[in-house]
Design a protein around this ligand. Sequence first.
Ligand code: DC
Length: 227
Amino acid sequence: MIVTIDGPAGSGKSTTARGVADRLDYVYLDTGAMYRTVALGFLEADAQPSAHDAENVLPELTVDVKYSEEEMRLYLNGEEVTGRIRTPEVGSIVSDISTLRPVRERMVEDQRRIGFEQEEVHGGVVLDGRDTGTVVFPDADIKIFMEADLEERARRRKKEYDEDGKDLSLSEVKEELAQRDRQDRNRDIAPLRRAEDATLLDTTYKTIDDQIAFVVDRVKEYRPSGT
Ligand code: DC
């Protein structure tokens, strides 16, 4: 069973995807974390997010995903970096890195391989990202596209920042998200968009539990009874 959840930043994808994977004993594959790991690789190589630098950096760089107690761990060139990919430095270049064609080709190939391997082992995988239902797994069993009002997404993201001790105003967070949306939706390769056969889930007025239950119900409806 392959479940894809795509949508803009702050729509609640990762919390929902992780919750769905927990409830169904599937594994969660966070594709954004893989782009973040590549971005960290560029930073460590002192490289710019350009096609030219990608040519030099990518052949030398390996990204691996391992699961320990169902938790996804990221490895860059053999070293675990899970705790180092959510920094402002990585955040500031990851969107540019993710527009580079050779980076996307590598990631999509890796995500398909890991997805099928984990499906084999665990019976199901829940992926989240921007293109998991359109490009990575266009034949996924269940596709969800999550949306939420910009205002609400900014409030959620600001809460996360507050908890991390990052001091940004609501309007700054709103601008950051709006800019990232524009970039993700308007890029040439694999832009953020809803697949025609994806179910739209607007989370503006929904709780996390409602969101998880919504997706779990779709999976249960889809599966033959008793599985
Ligand atoms: O989900 P996130 O914020 O951790 O993603 C980081 C960046 O990676 C985001 O700016 C868009 C990009 N990304 C992508 O292009 N395709 C994906 N499938 C997942 C993330």
